[in-house]
Design a protein around this ligand. Structure first.
Ligand code: ADP
Ligand code: ZN
Ligand code: MG
Length: 331
């Protein structure tokens, strides 16, 4: 049980792989798995001199996600380089978006025990996925599979609006359901196509200021997200109650022990030396294009819940049950 003098604050960065036919900046097939390093080319392998070209459908899918989550779509945006070294990133930079994301200021609503609640979305931007690192169980080292390198992602950044692990769970389920409805991702968490960075802080009830947050990266199951938030909130409260302070760290959640531990201290935007991607032109969208996509969206779960309640006299619970998954709701 969370100490009742405290409030938990959660913000999620949800990464979702888009199900376009080809990768974000080259024509390699975008598909999960397969023989390692068979869906690769000089562009997604980061060979010197290879030039990226933005896949139009990446923009289209990302705009759809933005519209379905009530975002405003930027008429003008651009790609930026986020620089860091890691073996899963052959170029040593990730093509992402920094100060001009494609979608801004949206929201989704979730059901809470206290009723409906709006969770605000700060932004949605497009970026590319990194390669897969497969750690060998027999101590022979780590194998890099570049099939995932350059797979298109959207990152959906929420405001720190959630106040419990339950609300975070409801939020990510809602996001998943919307993305499935609009058919921009298969959202298979077990394959990593939907994963979240989970930011957690605590504060005394009634306090106006947020506490210092920690971040748990790349969580890919509802259950671990809930467990990690509960554990981390209790750890932070115990630390504060003992007179300590929270440092802004990146944490690891261990599934077996159910505990979090410090991985590294948090990096800042400055550390990434973001700068505009010089090999790509800017993205400009016409109002007509955006409106066309808005009109192409299917009926979303929220509206369907209301319609099923009205047309078939279903309870909220029953209507929610049949609309949660696009698959059931279609039957
Ligand atoms: P990054 O972690 O990439 O540096 P941001 O500073 O934009 O990016 O914050 C990312 C996430 O952290 C957002 O989802 C936001 O809601 C959440 N967040 C920010 N401050 C807090 C806080 N005090 N407690 C919990 N979550 C927070
Ligand atoms: Zn490629
Ligand atoms: Mg983060």
């Amino acid at each position: 049980m969370i100490n009742e003098n405290y409030e938990v604050v959660v913000g999620l960065e949800v990464h979702c792989e888009l199900s376009t036919k080809t990768k974000a900046f080259c024509s390699c097939e975008n598909k999960f798995g397969g023989t390692p390093n068979t869906r690769v080319c000089p562009i997604c392998l980061g060979m010197p001199g290879a030039l990226p070209k933005l896949n139009e459908n990446v923009v289209k899918y990302a705009v759809k996600a933005g519209l379905a989550t009530n975002c405003s779509i930027a008429e003008k945006s651009k790609n930026d380089r986020k620089n860091y070294f890691y073996p899963d990133l052959p170029k040593s930079y990730q093509i992402s978006q920094f100060d001009e994301p494609l979608c801004n200021h949206g929201y989704v609503t979730i059901e809470t025990p206290e009723g409906e609640k709006k969770i605000n979305i700060l932004r949605i931007h497009i970026e590319e996925d990194a390669a897969n690192l497969n750690h060998d169980n027999f101590g022979r080292g780590t194998f890099v599979d570049f099939n995932r390198s350059g797979v298109p992602l959207i990152e959906i950044v929420s405001e720190p609006d959630m106040r419990s692990s339950g609300e975070a769970d409801a939020y990510i389920r809602k996001i998943k359901s919307i993305l499935e409805y609009i058919e921009v991702s298969d959202c298979k968490m077990e394959q990593g196509s939907l994963r979240a960075d989970v930011n957690v802080s605590v504060r005394k009830k009634g306090s106006k200021e947020f506490g210092t947050r920690t971040e748990m990266k790349n969580m890919s199951s509802f259950r671990s997200i809930v467990r990690a938030i509960d554990y981390e909130a209790e750890r932070q409260i115990a630390e504060l109650e003992a007179g300590g302070t929270i440092s802004q760290d990146t944490m690891r959640f261990d599934e077996v022990s159910g505990k979090t531990s410090v991985m590294r201290s948090k990096e800042n935007a400055d550390d990434y030396r973001y700068f505009p991607e010089p090999d790509l032109v800017g993205i400009k969208l016409s109002k007509e294009y955006v409106e066309e996509l808005r009109n192409s969206l299917p009926e979303l779960p929220e509206s369907r819940i209301k319609r099923y309640m009205a047309d078939y006299d279903l309870s909220l619970k029953a209507a929610k049950f049949v609309t949660d998954s696009k698959y059931y709701s279609k039957l």
